[in-house]
Each structure stands twice: as structure tokens, then as C-alpha cells.
Ligand binder design. Sequence first.
Ligand SMILES: C=C(O[C@@H]1C=C(C(=O)O)C=C[C@H]1O)C(=O)O
Length: 102
Amino acid sequence: MASSEEALEQLQKLRLSIDNIDNALIHILAERFRLTQSVGELKATYNLPAADPQREAKQIARLREMAQSARLNPDFAEKFLNFIITEVIQHHKAIAEQKDQR
Ligand SMILES: C=C(O[C@@H]1C=C(C(=O)O)C=C[C@H]1O)C(=O)O
């Protein structure tokens, strides 16, 4: 059994690694939203629908498989992707509305 001092040291190390992963997640998410912003502008220009349920179904199936092999809960992976996609669709609707008002 580690002393409480050793345990605190271990906790600090683990938290440092968690912070590094959170940093990477934020950068990856920012890059994804930059790309979906371009998709939103393209869709607004060519009057394409904000949401594409067929594409979403393929992404969810692919992510669920990936989660399974990475030992991540596939239900969580699906919830996480749906959370992001919902936000993206809102952005796409806002971009289309802004274009309509011009
Ligand atoms: C980005 C797109 O728009 C929407 C958002 C998606 C996403 O965030 O991955 C996927 C499908 C669409 O509902 C797209 O059509 O590719």
C-alpha cells in the first residue's frame, strides 16, 4: 500500500496525463468544427439540407465498431457523436438563415 504522499504524487501524474488528453480533445474538436463550418457554408450556398441522417447512421455504425475494439462503451460513443452532430446541425441552420437574410 502506497503512503498518502506517494498516492498524491501518483494522482498528480495521472491528472497531468488527463490534462494533456483534454488539450488534444479540444484541438481535435476545434478542427472538426472548422471543417463542419465549411460544410455548412457549402450546404447553405447550394440549398442542401442541414442534416444528413444517412451519413449520420453510417458514422454511428462505424464509431460503435471502433469503440468496441478500443474497449470504449459503444453507447457512450454514439451519445457523444450525437451530441456533437446536434450542435453542428444547429450551426448549419444558423449559417443558412444568415445567408437567407442577405
Ligand atoms: C457535417 C455534415 O452535416 C451534418 C453533421 C454531421 C457531422 O457532424 O458529422 C454529419 C451529417 C450531417 O447531419 C455533413 O453532412 O457531412
